[in-house]
Design a protein around this ligand. Sequence first.
Ligand code: SDX
Length: 427
Amino acid sequence: MSDTTGQTLKIGEKDYPVRSGSVGPDVVDIRKFYAQSGMFTYDPGFTSTASCESALTYIDGDEGVLLHRGYPIGQLAEQSSFMEVSYLLLNGELPSKDELDKFIYTISRHTMLHEQLAQFYRGFRRDAHPMAVMCGVVGALSAFYHDSTDIADPHQRMIASHRLIAKMPTIAAMAYKYSIGQPFLYPDNSLSYTGNFLRMTFGVPAEQYEVNPAVERAMDRIFILHADHEQNASTSTVRLAGSSGANPFACIAAGIACLWGPAHGGANEAALNMLREIGTPDKIPEYIARAKDKNDPFRLMGFGHRVYKNYDPRATVMQKTVREVFDALNVQDPLFETALRLEEIALSDDYFIEKKLFPNVDFYSGVILSAIGFPTTMFTVLFALARTVGWVAQWNEMISDPEQKIGRPRQLYTGPTQRDYVPLGQR
Ligand code: SDX
């Protein structure tokens, strides 16, 4: 309980109740504020606004803490699996072995796509960005799975959630295969969720594909690190789309579109492209200077965060995973040294210290994904693949929330007041 628990905020003659969660900042309940004051609150970017109540994920930005249903991300990344974390996010508790086995079996039985969807890919140019393909194909799922679009039916919501979690690896792998002109591989359900994805992505029909256990473990951990992150921009997009009653496939397609932006999930692709542009450590000071220059739109991609004003705990795990993947694949990438040096220089620079800009989840992920063999254009696709479980868990939580209403923000209007139309001949 915080020292504001149970208090009220008095504005004018009206009192607004302060509510406490289980941990984190209290909130002032201003749902009656406009009706009672005739005023709106103003918070572009929602820097001080809680859009909902949620029990899924908690972030303490000052301490660099991330909990999924109370479990620290570091423990989940080290000891759990993406399937188990998916079950945890969807159901609220860690599964028993039997529950986990049943969940994995259910997910594995939804990995195939409707065969006609494979034709859908052929409408794209081969050089289409895979995120464009993901937006299109995921949105098109609602044209094929009519038996899981009734959001009022909890059973249909569950099937749609399982379908989305299960099919994203297949859709992502097919987007990659299509971009390189190789044939699609069907899922092989004898493999793990992540092993299945690696085989569909890097396997070919001409030969047996052996999943590298160290790469499978690293990829699974990367999926865990991206699974959910409270009310980030793409999750808020999914919730807003869902608040209108849109079907789950359309909502997730909206989330994918939002995630694509370089300020959000697109930062992993932008961060590796930035490291490639910097090249060697001797060029770092030039880019640090550009990042600090108010007249230069350049920002250090993979640095800074709306919530974390400390080290993103996911970046810590990610940096450790780089070395594991390099050792497993016996590769080295000088860009990793450049990234380490860039972090070291930035974190000792007053600008980054004062603004509390630390590496985020996107800073090191590209180095790992590149070492595994993914092109940069696939990085945000992998983020979307993993975040799908967070999106569907948040969407389900919203639909089940008795207090949820259609999202409809207001505005501070600064345009012209009413004036009469002037016919063309009089202008
Ligand atoms: C993700 O919300 C989530 O949880 C997202 C995410 C998730 O899991 O869903 O964590 C995933 O999106 C991570 C963030 C990936 N984006 C990037 O790495 C892009 C680079 N970072 C920035 O664009 C920025 O830091 C944001 C968008 C992440 C956060 O922006 P905010 O919170 O709106 O902060 P801001 O833009 O107001 O920045 C505060 C100050 C500004 O300077 P002043 O105007 O106060 O002088 O810090 C500066 C900014 O110019 N700043 C940077 C910087 N990030 C912020 N300066 C240089 N380089 C940067 N990266």
